[in-house]
Design a protein around this ligand. Structure first.
Ligand SMILES: N[C@@H](CCC(=O)N[C@@H](CS)C(=O)NCC(=O)O)C(=O)O
Length: 204
């Protein structure tokens, strides 16, 4: 299997971490986002959205990082990251959708303003966008913090796809100036994730 990714992409990292945890071999191809390689016609044939990650499993092209995580887990007999039991799986799914719909987009606003724009030389952060991003991330962080009170992992009692999905954008707490410092349950949980082999073996 091959994954088209970028080393700075938190969306791609959650797929890579899943593969590392599951012991699946992924060949990695870097898509040079800064040079616009994601808009090459050849890449757009794999993902018309022009975004990484894209998984190529023997000619089956799968986009959307959370769907890739689910696919990789479903391909792996005996795995425990993505439970089989109906309600346990539904709970993991609930957090994967939360990650895709709420948390990652919220972090992306601040990631763009504080991290990507400077790298691309696109000027100063836009105060209105920073205000928007701070509000969105703060709201998400408060929800996650309350949920994590007294818990080690996000869904059930064990590490799951939900933890990997939600942790990856937090790699940019400092650079993206994410307003999470008051959310001690989030920080304690994130410290646990950072101790995991899959975290240590991925990212920049
Ligand atoms: N919902 C998508 C989002 C993917 C995404 O936004 N990828 C970013 C990198 S983190 C990208 O490829 N951006 C390039 C662009 O928009 O031009 C997923 O979860 O895979």
């Amino acid at each position: 299997m091959r994954l088209y990714h970028h080393p700075m992409s938190s969306n791609a990292r959650r797929a890579v971490m899943t593969a590392v945890h599951l012991g699946l071999k992924l060949d990695l191809t870097v898509v040079d986002l800064a040079k616009g390689a994601q808009r090459d016609p050849q890449f757009l044939r794999m993902n018309p959205n022009g975004k990484v990650p894209v998984l190529d499993d023997d000619g089956f092209f799968l986009t959307e990082s959370h769907a890739i995580m689910q696919y990789l887990a479903d391909k792996t007999p005996g795995q425990t990251l993505y439970p089989q039991e109906l309600r346990a799986r539904a709970d993991v799914n609930r957090w994967l959708f939360w990650s895709a719909q709420h948390f990652q987009p919220a972090v992306s606003v601040l990631g763009w303003e504080h991290l990507v724009k400077p790298i691309l030389g696109m000027g100063d952060a836009d105060p209105a966008q920073v205000k928007l991003g701070n509000g969105l991330v703060s709201a998400c962080a408060a929800i996650l913090d309350a949920h994590l009170a007294g818990k080690s992992w996000i869904s059930g009692d064990a590490l799951s796809l939900a933890d990997y999905a939600i942790a990856t954008p937090l790699a940019y707490i400092q650079q993206a100036k994410l307003p999470v410092s008051e959310h001690t349950n989030v920080l304690a949980w994130f410290a646990r994730v950072q101790e995991l082999e899959a975290w240590k073996r991925t990212g920049m």
